[in-house]
Design a protein around this ligand. Structure first.
Ligand code: ATP
Ligand code: MG
Length: 360
C-alpha cells in the first residue's frame, strides 16, 4: 500500500522560496521512483514578511494549530528588508517551534567533498559532528520587557531573561546522550557559560552531570562557549555530539557551517522527539536578500534538510540515498557561487536528481 505523507510547505521569504521549490522537485522525484511505496501531498502556506505587510501578522491566527494535521513541515526562511528581524523570527519560525514544542534542533556539521572548506584539518573529509540545540527556552524564552526605568535616571531599560528549567535541560541533554549512542564514537560535549551565567547554566551543568551517570558507555566533556568556538576551529576531531543552549548552539552552528564552506549547505531539523506534533525541516541560513531572485542560491542546505525529513518519516534508505547524491554532486564540482562554483540553483538540483538515479 502506498504511504501518503502530508507535508505543510512554508517557503517564506527571499531565497527561502527558491530553495524550497528545489527541495520539492527532489522529493517528487523520489516519490515517483518509489514504485508506489510512498507519495507526498503538499499544502503551501504563504506566510512570511509579504504576508505580514498585507495582514499585519506573519502567520494566520489558526496557523500553528493547522500544522498539527501534517506529518512534517518543510520551511524556507524568513526575513525581509523593512520588517524588523525580531518581528519575522518570533512571528513565524519561533511561533511554530515553540507552539508545537519542537524542543530539539539538530544541526549536522559535515565537510562535503569538493567544497572548499575553511579548515586545514588533515582528516577533514572524515570529520562530522552533530550540534544539538535546545529549542524551547534558554535565551529565547521571550521573557523581559522595555521601558521601565529601573534606575530612575530617565533612560530606557531593557530586561531580557533566560529561562532554564530542569525539565527543559534534562530532555535535551538526554536526547544528546541517546543520539551519541547511535554513533560510532560515543561522546557528548556540553557547552555553557556557567562561570558567568551562575543560575541557569549552573543548573544545566548539574543536570548534565546527573544524566551522564546513566550513560557510563558515553564519554563526556564540558566546555565554556568561548573556548568551544576556538575548539571548533582548532580541534574539530574532538567533536561528536555537541549540546548547547538555544543561543549558543545557534551561534556555533553558523560557525560550523562556515567552516564547512558556506551557510548555504547547512541543514537542520526542529524535532518534537516524542512525535506528538509534526517536526519542521529547514536550512540553517536566512532569506539572503542580497542574492534573492537571482537563481543562484545554494539549494543544498534545504535539500539536505529534506533528507533529514525523509529519515524522520521512516524513509531511512531514501534519506541516505539523497545525502549520498548531494555528496556525489559536490564531489563532481557542481557548485554554486557561494562555494566557489559557477552553477545556478537549478543546475545543482538537476545534478542531485541525476545522481539519485545512480545511487537508488
Ligand atoms: P537570518 O537573520 O534569517 O539568520 P542572516 O542575516 O543571518 O539571516 P542569511 O540570510 O543567512 O543572513 O545570509 C548570510 C549570508 O550568507 C549572506 O551573504 C547570504 O547571501 C549568504 N547565504 C545564505 N544562504 C545562502 C544560500 N542558500 N546560498 C548562497 N549564499 C547564502
Ligand atoms: Mg543568521
Amino acid at each position: 500500500m502506498t504511504k501518503k505523507f502530508k507535508i505543510a510547505v512554508i517557503p517564506g521569504d527571499g531565497v527561502g522560496k527558491e530553495v524550497v521549490a528545489e527541495g520539492i522537485k527532489v522529493l517528487d522525484h523520489l516519490a515517483q521512483e518509489s514504485n508506489g511505496k510512498f507519495e507526498f501531498e503538499y499544502d503551501h502556506y504563504p506566510w512570511g514578511c509579504e504576508y505580514y505587510l498585507e495582514h499585519g501578522k506573519m502567520i494566520s491566527d489558526d496557523g500553528v494549530e493547522k500544522m498539527r494535521d501534517y506529518d512534517a513541515i518543510y520551511f524556507g526562511a524568513v526575513g525581509f528588508p523593512g520588517v524588523p528581524d525580531h518581528v519575522s523570527l518570533w512571528g513565524l519560525r519561533l511561533a511554530i517551534c515553540q507552539g508545537l514544542d519542537q524542543w530539539a534542533n539538530i544541526r549536522p556539521v559535515e565537510f562535503l567533498p569538493g567544497v572548499p572548506r575553511r579548515i586545514t584539518h588533515p582528516d577533514a573529509d572524515n570529520l562530522n559532528w552533530i550540534l544539538i540545540r535546545e529549542n524551547s527556552e534558554g535565551e529565547y524564552s521571550g521573557i523581559g520587557g522595555r521601558n521601565f526605568d529601573g534606575r530612575g535616571e530617565g533612560k530606557e531599560v531593557a530586561v531580557q531573561t533566560s529561562l532554564f528549567t530542569e525539565k527543559g535541560c534534562e530532555r535535551i541533554i538526554r536526547f544528546a546522550f541517546e543520539t551519541a549512542r547511535t554513533r560510532k564514537r560515543k561522546k557528548v560535549t556540553s557547552v555553557t557559560k556557567s562561570n558567568a551565567q551562575q543560575y541557569g547554566m549552573v543548573l544545566w551543568d548539574e543536570v548534565f552531570e546527573r544524566v551522564s551517570r546513566e550513560y557510563p558507555d558515553v564519554e563526556t566533556d564540558q566546555w565554556l562557549v568561548d573556548a568551544m568556538a576556538a575548539q571548533f576551529v582548532m580541534h574539530p576531531e574532538e567533536l561528536e555530539v555537541v549540546v548547547a543552549s538555544n543561543l549558543f548552539a545557534d551561534i556555533l552552528s553558523d560557525l560550523g557551517s562556515a567552516l564547512s564552506g558556506s551557510l548555504g549547505i547547512a541543514s537542520s531539523a526542529n524535532l518534537n522527539p516524542e512525535g506528538r506534533t509534526p517536526s519542521m525541516f529547514e536550512s540553517v541560513h536566512g532569506s539572503a536578500p542580497d542574492i534573492a531572485g537571482k537563481g543562484i542560491a545554494n539549494p543544498i542546505g534545504t535539500i539536505d534538510s529534506a533528507s533529514l525529513m525523509l529519515d524522520h518519516l521512516g524513509l531511512e534508505e531514501e534519506a541516505k540515498a539523497l545525502h549520498e547524491a548531494i555528496r556525489a554532486t559536490t564531489g563532481k564540482g557542481i557548485l554554486t557561487r557561494d562555494i566557489g562554483g559557477n552553477y545556478d540553483t537549478e543546475d545543482v538540483t538537476g545534478a542531485i536528481i541525476e545522481n539519485l538515479s545512480v545511487v537508488t
